[in-house]
Design a protein around this ligand. Structure first.
Ligand SMILES: *Cc1c(COP(=O)(O)O)cnc(C)c1O
Length: 351
């Protein structure tokens, strides 16, 4: 019997399939977004898979993530950081590193710094209220661009909605702003996240910026059977006890639990120390294709109520049905996959 803890299994073929499907169906280049440890799937596992699939362009949110990606020493990849980092010199030492300019003040600061603008992307804001230039700033930006004769790597925006009508109208404005500033000044144009990519929106862009869809996840309400799931979380039952001996299950008094369909409790090696938070209490997991409730979650272990059909070493799968788990947890699947931390090994399944 395996005494190992829980593992996340990454399906290599499905990730490559998703990459190829998006590339073929959009006819655009893909910037693979691998922020937040590739949404918890494992940066150092997922990125080489995508490289093998043909991806050469990656994006992350933070400088720390870019440094981690650089440390993988993968040849010939470009890395875009969404935030504007303070340490501009990093761009000079790494010419495969790119960054977004998120505000007018940052832009003005950069002009003073002798930065290579072919490593920079101008970001436009259409009401996300996160960051980016607004319409009121366009004239001033154009002045700076023309005066300094600047040519950028890219122009980008991020959609705040997946409502097709809204997205189409934002994309139109986005393209018209680019034309106003001079289309020839931007080598690439990108706006679509996974939702907009799968919905086929983003006319005029040269690249798509996909994260979750490459990993087989889609936003609630968006469906596409060609996007294949590539993530499972499972581990064995490593201890079983009869209820009759017990007053407590974990720290919970047995009488306080709804135990009627079950007579035993199984221990599993996953807990909030792994990023499996207590709000998963009473979530149903799958053992031998049957559902059982996880009743108590502690730092290192959790307990599952089981019946006589379950044996030591049987595999417990958590989060098998994303849709059901999302509604139980009131979270999105990419939120709880991201929460699982480095205590849980990521294993690549190549079959
Ligand atoms: C996270 C992110 C993406 C990717 O979004 P998905 O929904 O995972 O495809 C794209 N662009 C920006 C700016 C992001 O922050």
């Amino acid at each position: 019997m395996s005494r190992d803890g829980f593992k996340v299994k990454i399906d290599k073929n499905n990730i490559i399939h998703n990459f190829n499907y998006i590339k073929d169906s959009t006819k655009k280049e893909i910037i693979s977004v691998v922020k937040a440890n590739a949404y918890g799937h494992g940066l150092k596992e997922v990125v080489p898979i995508l490289v093998e699939g043909g991806c050469k362009y990656f994006a992350v949110a933070r400088k720390s993530e870019a440094l981690e990606l650089l440390s993988l020493n993968l040849p010939d990849i470009k890395i875009l950081i969404f935030e504007t980092i303070e340490d501009f010199s990093l761009l000079k030492t790494h010419n495969n590193l790119e960054m977004c300019i998120n505000s007018l003040s940052e832009f003005k600061e950069l002009i003073q710094k002798d930065i290579n603008f072919s490593q920079l992307h101008l970001k436009f804001d259409f009401g996300f209220a996160r960051n980016g230039f607004t319409k009121e700033e366009l004239n001033e930006i154009k002045n700076i661009i023309v005066t300094n004769n600047i040519y950028f790597k890219g122009a980008m925006t991020h959609f705040f909605s997946s409502n097709p009508e809204e997205v189409i109208s934002i994309q139109k404005d986005f393209i018209s702003w680019i034309n106003f500033l001079g289309k020839e000044r931007f080598e690439i144009i990108h706006s679509q996240n996974s939702a907009a990519t799968i919905l086929g929106l983003g006319e005029g862009s040269t690249h798509v910026r996909c994260g979750i869809s490459l990993l087989g996840m889609l936003d609630p309400g968006i469906e596409n059977e060609n996007i294949k799931r590539s993530w499972t979380l499972s581990g064995p039952i490593y201890n079983i006890k009869d209820f009759s001996d017990l007053d407590f299950i974990g720290y919970t008094r047995k009488n306080d639990l709804d135990t009627k369909s079950y007579n035993r409790v199984g221990k599993i090696k996953i807990g909030y120390g792994d990023g499996f938070a207590k709000n998963n209490t009473n979530l149903l997991c799958h053992i031998n294709d049957k559902e059982f409730p996880i009743v108590h979650i502690s730092m290192d272990t959790s307990f599952v109520l089981i019946d006589d059909s379950i044996e030591l070493g049987d595999s417990v799968e958590i989060y098998r049905n994303f849709e059901k788990c999302n509604s139980f947890l009131n979270m999105d699947h990419y939120e709880y996959t991201t929460l699982l931390n480095s205590r849980i090994p990521r294993i690549i399944n190549e079959e």
